[in-house]
Design a protein around this ligand. Structure first.
Ligand SMILES: [Zn+2]
Length: 380
């Protein structure tokens, strides 16, 4: 094939139509039925181009979709893993407010289009091209599209790790940093709930009998904020606070939801210990801590850098400059990278606004990005 981007440019309308199909199937992480449906739908598309399908239904969640390509050659070598997710953060009905639309500036909008329906469409198109043009992938390719990434990958993590253990590398179709910048490192992520328990009492008649859980939690909030260490990439965000019942009652209960991010695993362990060991300040108040670290960091390792350098040289052949960055957000790439599997993340279509109202992709980026993915499938 000459420049593969030219091939995909000619198919631009077909790819955009596929993106529209995926965006218009709304798939919030909690919408089990719709997640099952989209997995079935995409399984059908993969089956048409020779994919061997496996659907893992997760009761109470959706369905994880695996599609294997090129496993019939049995050379005993490792596979290449391509990871994505089918769920979005958007509640059902968002499409009415933010319909799929293409602007004259060359952007396409819609819930989940950037994170990451366009990445999934690109993958389908890329595998279709490999089939149609009779190209060979270097290794058997295992596609894994999960249904619970946006809610912490609780049910998919064992499957991701099972496939990663068989893989020479992992390509992750999450959106890039705006500018098309791929991700070679990610912070680890933890979520905690800190619950303060006091004692209720009438605020006017019996204030001395009460223990104010909100005051207790205010002390703890300041202690948590003091754990921030921006120099070492450690952030602690008390993001939600709840507590109390009404203004004339000393509150018996209050709770905080806390987001933790870190680069070094040791920092994650240290912060987790500090949060678990928080001590009550008010006499007779109690604290309960639940949660923990749910994504290990994805370090910008030598292996990740080598995979990125390969991608960069392929991008240069196609005619664009690929850059990389380490980011604070977690993804399923954290799991594969933490196992020592070379991981390149952020391979989706350029755009902006993941999880935000202005979520969009840049249409002109689709052909070269699909070409890059195709070249990676042929080379890695
Ligand atoms: Zn995502």
């Amino acid at each position: 094939m000459s420049n593969p981007a030219d091939y995909f440019s000619k198919r631009q309308e077909i790819v955009i139509e596929l993106i529209r199909q995926l965006v218009e199937r709304e798939t919030n992480s909690r919408d089990e039925v719709r997640l099952d449906e989209i997995a079935e739908y995409i399984a059908g598309l993969f089956a048409e181009i020779g994919g061997v399908i496996r659907l893992d239904k997760q009761p109470g969640y959706g369905t994880h979709l695996r599609a294997g390509f090129g496993f019939d050659r049995e050379d005993g070598g490792k596979q290449l893993l391509v990871l994505g997710h089918l769920d979005t953060v958007w509640p059902l009905g968002t499409l009415q407010r933010i319909p799929f639309r293409i602007t004259k500036e060359g952007t396409a909008h819609g819930p989940g289009i950037f994170d990451m329906k366009s990445g999934v469409a690109m993958l389908i198109e890329s595998l279709r091209a490999i089939k149609t043009l009779g190209l060979e992938t270097r290794r058997p390719v295992m596609v894994l599209l999960t249904c619970d990434e946006e809610i912490g990958s609780r049910t998919s993590r064992p499957i991701i790790e099972e496939e990663a253990a068989r893989s020479s590398a992992a390509l992750v179709l999450e959106p890039p940093v705006t500018g098309g910048i791929v991700k070679t490192g990610r912070k680890g992520v933890g979520n905690f709930t800190v619950r303060a328990l006091g004692r209720a009492a009438h605020a006017g008649l019996d204030p001395g009998k009460g223990i104010n859980a909100i005051v207790e939690l205010a002390h703890q909030t300041l202690s948590l904020a003091a754990l921030n260490d921006s120099q070492n990439g450690v952030t602690i965000n008390v993001g939600v606070i709840n507590g109390g019942t009404t203004q004339n009652v000393v509150p018996a209960e209050a709770s905080a939801i806390v987001d933790v991010r870190f680069i070094n695993p040791a920092d994650g362990e240290r912060i987790e210990r500090s949060i678990r060991n928080l001590a009550p300040v008010l006499k007779d108040a109690r604290l309960e801590v639940t949660g923990g670290i749910n994504r290990p960091p994805m370090p910008r390792s030598e292996k990740n850098i080598a995979l990125f350098e390969l991608a960069r040289s392929l991008a240069a052949e196609i005619g664009f400059d690929l850059k990389d960055q380490v980011v604070g957000g977690g993804s399923d790439g954290n799991f594969t990278a933490a196992m020592g599997v070379p991981t390149l993340d952020g391979l989706g279509v350029d755009g902006a606004g993941a999880h935000a109202e202005h979520e969009h992709i840049i249409i002109s980026d689709i052909p070269r990005r699909t070409a890059l993915l195709t070249r990676l499938l042929q080379t890695v």
